[in-house]
Design a protein around this ligand. Structure first.
Ligand code: FMN
Length: 361
């Protein structure tokens, strides 16, 4: 029996954030599992970077970049640490994370608690020093402080501090728990923000890829506008999606009134549809990271076939534990080969040919 299997009942009985703190502490102590699925079919090159597999840890799990190494040891091909804000801040009052066991879902309104950019960067730098040949790709997710007046300045600080340390940087404009944040997804605001941040990235002398993480609750027009911006400004990628502020009827009644973002199984169909739409809108030209409700090989493979080059998980890991990483990857390699693919890349968008490709066949 794995350590996780033994302690799972205890973790599930605990207040969710306490369970999370304990998990992080255990991982820091080296008590996490070590599992690697070696499978050449899963290896991939994207942005000139080598991914041992396309499954990543989503943002929000390792907010202070404390357990990057242990997450790679779990078998992830890439890790996205953060969201980090320039200054340390406490986040929203607790309780602020709520489980819906029956629906394998979570509502959270954390509000970017964390130790701030200095501590985060020091942790990433320490991990880099200890891992001159890193086992996978490291992304960081940057946000803004609650009290900030000029969001651009906060993102700029994040990029300037982390450009030398991160392989890719995600501009988070989609968390529902920082007032005004999601408004930055409006076309003109986003264009101004992105052109500014691309210039900041270019001025650092480093070349981390720059991505934007979007909400699943965007209307059709907003999606088209963001896809257009991504194409026009040669954005390196989009992360699709963050949590939803919608409340599907199936959600546990006692959670319907809790403010925050919904993740997990109840988000799955929503984020899959948004991803599918963005793949079409960006004509398959922009790498997409699919995230939201993924907890099985089927889920991950469907996301890839809908257009994701990479996929991430968070809530699934909370309910199913670290074994899920190995299970997803073992199944994914097999599924790809069964369908005649020799690489992940060949399967990307297989169910969702963009219009240009459709016309060609
Ligand atoms: C407790 C919790 C905290 C999160 N914090 C962040 C965060 O800081 N930044 C971010 O971009 N996404 C955050 N997310 C969203 C996840 O990265 C992911 O986009 C979302 O949960 C959907 O994936 P999932 O259904 O696999 O969890 C958080 C999610 C949860 C459940």
């Amino acid at each position: 029996m794995s350590l996780y299997a033994m302690i799972r009942p205890m973790l599930m009985a605990m207040e969710p954030e306490k369970a999370h703190r304990l998990t992080i502490a255990a991982l820091k102590k080296g008590l996490g599992p070590r599992r690697h699925v070696e499978d050449s079919t899963l290896r991939m090159k994207l942005w000139g970077r080598e991914f041992p597999n396309p499954l990543g840890m989503a943002a929000g799990f390792d907010k202070d970049a404390e357990v990057i190494g242990p997450l790679f040891d779990m078998g992830f091909g890439f890790v996205e640490a953060g969201t980090v804000t320039p200054l340390a801040q406490p986040g929203n009052p607790q309780p602020r994370v709520f489980r819906d066991f029956a629906n394998v879902s979570i509502v959270n309104r954390m509000g970017f608690p964390g130790r701030g950019l200095e501590a985060f960067a020091a942790n990433v730098a320490a991990w880099r020093r200890a891992n001159p040949n890193p086992p996978g790709v490291l992304g960081v997710n940057i946000g803004i402080n609650k009290e900030t007046k000029v969001p651009f300045e906060d993102y700029k600080k994040g990029i300037e501090k982390l450009a030398a340390l991160a392989d890719y940087i995600v501009v988070n404009v989609s968390s529902p728990n920082t007032p005004g944040l999601r408004d930055l997804q409006a076309k003109d605001d986003l264009e101004l923000l992105l052109t500014g941040l691309i210039a900041v990235r270019n001025s650092t002398g480093h070349d981390p890829q720059l991505l934007v993480k979007v909400a699943p609750d965007l209307g059709e027009g907003q999606r088209a506008a963001i896809a257009g911006l991504a194409l026009a400004h040669h954005l390196d990628g989009l992360v699709i999606s963050n949590t939803t502020v919608t409340r599907p009827p199936a959600l546990a009644a006692e959670l319907k009134g809790e403010a925050g973002g919904l993740s997990g199984a109840l988000l799955k169909d929503i984020s899959l549809e948004v991803l599918r739409d963005f793949y079409r809108l960006t004509e398959g030209k922009i790498p997409l990271i699919g995230v939201g409700g993924i907890s099985s090989t089927d889920d991950a493979y469907a996301r890839i076939r809908a257009g994701a080059s990479l996929v991430q998980v968070y809530t699934g890991l909370v309910y199913h534990g670290p074994r899920m990483v190995e299970d997803i990857l073992t199944g994914l390699g097999k599924r790809l080969r069964d369908d005649g693919f020799t690489s992940v890349r060949q399967a990307v968008g297989a169910d969702n040919a963009p219009p240009a490709r459709k016309e060609a066949v």
